[in-house]
Design a binder for this molecule. Sequence first.
Ligand code: C2E
Ligand code: CA
Ligand code: CA
Length: 616
Amino acid sequence: MTGIKLTVLIVDDTPENIDVLSAVLEGMGCELMVATNGPRALELAARRAPDLILLDVMMPGMDGFEVCRRLKADMALAEIPVIFVTARTDDISTGFGVGGSDYITKPINTDEVLARVRHQIERQVLLRDLRELNRSLEERVRERTAELTLANRQLRVEINERRYMQDRLNYLATHDFVTRQYNRGALDAHVSELLARIQRQATAAVFLLIDIDQFRLVNETCGCVAGDELLRQFAELVSGALQRSDFFARLGGDKFAVVSEDQSEEGGTALARHIHKQISEFEFQWEERVFKLAASIAVVRIQRDIVSFDQLMLMADEAAYLAKREGRGAICVYDPKRSASDPQRESINWALVLFDALKENRLRLYGQRLQPLGAPSGAPARLHIETLARLWDPVREKLLMPAHFIAPAERFHLVIDIDRWMIGQVVALLGEVPDLHDQIGQIAVNLSAITIRDAGLCDHVGELLAKHRVPGRLLCFEITETEAITNLQSASSFMQNLRDLGCRFSLDDFGSGFASFTYLRRLPFDSIKIDGMFVRDMDTDDVHSGMVRSMAEMGRLLNKPIVAECVENERVAAMLRSLGIDWAQGYLYHQPEALTPQLLREWLGDASRADAQKVA
Ligand code: C2E
Ligand code: CA
Ligand code: CA
């Protein structure tokens, strides 16, 4: 049956019965215990619990039923199966009643004993297996539970750590670490959300830009540790003067900002005055020095016509600039009319004007023709044009010249947008006149040194050319030598990428700086434009004419076509011709004018008509 050796207790007061039972059971390989009365049986069972008990019913003293009752009452023994051995059939039900599992009838029949005992033994083995299984199952459950608890705890720890790290990262990304106030990025996000909200519902809000007047003084006389401490104390002072609902941030340097909702413009100036009062009562002390502080505050009403954080900042910068000009501790409310009419406008104003101009599409594409100076014989030279940007100022109702806006545009990196706009216009224009492509030499677009750092420009130009079906050879880019071309390597690869599209490059304002020669050697230019300052008066200034002569010689040596700018009279034109200069550009030939497809047709029509006249 199984490998397990079972122990069987035989309880009987008749030795013959014991002998018969023993013989059968030993034959089955059981281990035997024998008791001839009830108490002895209980004693043996208690000492070593058997796997099965064969129990005689009729015994002197304690009968089998009583023994069984006591066994079943004992927790440790209750599970042991008991088979009654009896001659009386009416004992059977009593036997089951007291907890017996089976019965064997007397006289003892070996086959019956065998069958009953085997059945009990099988049951017992199964029970044991089941118990074993249960035990190991329980153990595994316990182990798994323990593991789970541990894993759970670990997970909780990790989740907490991650949450902490996320909070920390979030905090670092949105806070200034000197003052522990919100930083510019957080302010941008807050303002952007507010602007979106203002588009949907009428909300009054004001923006305050606070600029500490003495920060540099403290920083320079006491060092940056003192500067940081000043910023910290200042931030604490101002945030203490605000409502809970106000948003306070450090913009960087000595500039702070407040966004206050549910505020009219008057509310904004009142808040600015309140902040001023706090500042005026405050003294910054560093070692034995004491500083009285002041700050200029710009107030801007946040309204629907403000579409971005950048625009708001430009407006605030402008008002701050005016506030600073008014002297220590001034408050200035942004007023577009005042800004536009201020004769002392500075670059800050320009940034705003440019910002609006780009948004409102107020740039204009102008062009100036170049005049070929070469020998009049041979085929007529193809049309060469330089494009020039103009900007429509609706307040003054006039066009602004690049001399006013290119430098500020460079300072604010808005020149990239201007140059991209110009390229877009030129390519679209050329796209409208595919029949003229053969007659056009090239159209030049000026690129600022800032723009050539615009990594996406090459792809942009490529896409434009493909979209409008314009050959790249029609475009020439003029780059002025300037110290802004800091990285010759990257400038060179920028140029190479555009040259791969067929575009060409011209070195503008040649001679005006010292780097010209380096640029000519290191960068792939196709032509050279001599700076107008040498050309304009070369008929009266010997130094200038000498310089133009040597530049012309250099161009010949390098085998690059040369353009002279600012040709204003015939004498200069004649001198240039005698120096072998290839092209002239200037008011003598053409005043820049708005560039349109009609104008191109007119010019090219004129040219063929002029040729026809010459032939006739
Ligand atoms: P530039 O590239 O040297 O352009 C030539 C400038 O000389 C133009 O001034 C043109 O109108 C002017 N000019 C032409 N003929 C004569 C003349 O006979 N006499 C005199 N005195 N001047 C003449 P403009 O249009 O005011 O442009 C000034 C500068 O602004 C340009 O100088 C160029 O560097 C820059 N610029 C113009 N448009 C753009 C542009 O779209 N992007 C960039 N980045 N810069 C531009
Ligand atoms: Ca130019
Ligand atoms: Ca030039």
